[in-house]
Write a protein that binds this ligand. Sequence first.
Ligand code: PEP
Length: 252
Amino acid sequence: MRRRIVAGNWKMNLVFSEADDLVNGIAQALIECDLDDVEVVICPPFPYLELTSDIGEESDFSVGAQNVSKFDNGAYTGEISAKMLEDMNIYYCIVGHSERRKYFNETNEDIAEKVKRLFEVDITPIVCVGESLEQRESGNHFGIIKKQVVEGLFHLSNEQMENVIIAYEPIWAIGTGRTATSQQAQEIHSFIRGLVAEKYGKQTADNISILYGGSCNTQNAKELFAMPDVDGGLIGGASLKADDFVKIATSF
Ligand code: PEP
């Protein structure tokens, strides 16, 4: 089912007391505004998942992880498995963020494996795709995004595909303060939906949620979310301020 979603990616920020303040601040801000049909997801670093999930049980948000191992279980020091996340009542997981592709050499094949592990335990993947500035300027961005979508996701069944969340995050807009225009976002979101329709049919394509990410903030969220194929946002920097994050969630 196509849903409106605003997800916060805290990345590798905050110590425990700051995380505690932020998650409580978000819970409080959510009480004060009446969010109707918007799903709010908070993706903190692994050590704060339990704290966030405990507060989430009493509040109106869900919790997601920022990464998962492509392996099932075993001798993989430092890795966190999908089963461990499931056991902690985590319902979402970001996969294939451009920072993981860049700094940890994650490939589309790795991402496909991670998505498989998540579906094995019914965790919804939030799969990130997006082009670099160089790729956009050379006109190659449609090809890059198509490859990411096809190689990362097209092994899925129809039913699984309907439950995937895709986040279009142009790398040149992440953490730079330079947002894609609403027209640029719409163009790529509609392109992605078209790819899904070609392989899985229009109904499946119409049912998936496609989020925009990249310097989305309280000033530009409304215009971006007004686009017909933009179903919400994956928010980095602005998700670290409770009021800003919740304001973005009210921007539909
Ligand atoms: C992100 O990293 O997912 C992101 C969208 O970051 P920012 O909002 O800070 O650009």
